[in-house]
Design a protein around this ligand. Structure first.
Ligand code: ZN
Length: 140
């Protein structure tokens, strides 16, 4: 419990403010990037070549003669893997949407990290303000 301890160095609070401003600015920049996120979709689009199961078909023995490509969207929901068949036409749309989802997630991660830094600095600032008030109160 060293709340009433004297602050270490006079320049500290202003440095902390500059850093806080820088991080707050970066937070705003990243948040602006969020607006550019298009329709998104959790998951991965897989391209599959399939065997038809007929013993006489070339696909049975030659992997390059398999049928397809067939597309699938796969994602996890409640711990289970869900596969959704996609038409050839739908596949690129979902692929782009899945990419948007990954971008969204990386933006969220950055916002989360920046937020934690900002919160830490805001808390320190509030604490040092409290110390200054306590000191002022004591000297009266
Ligand atoms: Zn076949």
């Amino acid at each position: 419990m060293s709340r009433i301890s004297v602050s270490k160095g006079g320049a500290r609070p202003t440095q902390r403010n500059a850093s806080l401003e820088r991080h707050t600015q970066r937070f705003s920049d990243v948040r602006r990037d969020l607006e550019e996120i298009g329709v998104f979709c959790k998951g991965t689009v897989l391209k599959r070549m399939m065997k038809c199961g007929k013993a006489r078909c070339a696909c049975a023995s030659d992997p390059t003669k398999r049928h397809g490509p067939y597309y699938e969207l796969t994602y996890k929901a409640n711990g289970k893997t869900v596969n959704v068949k996609l038409s050839t036409e739908a596949a690129p749309l979902y692929k782009a949407a899945a990419q948007q989802y990954r971008k969204l997630k990386s933006l969220l991660n950055r916002l989360d990290k920046l937020s934690k830094t900002i919160l830490r600095q805001q808390a320190k600032l509030a604490e040092s303000r409290q110390q200054i008030e306590e000191k002022a109160g004591l000297s009266r």
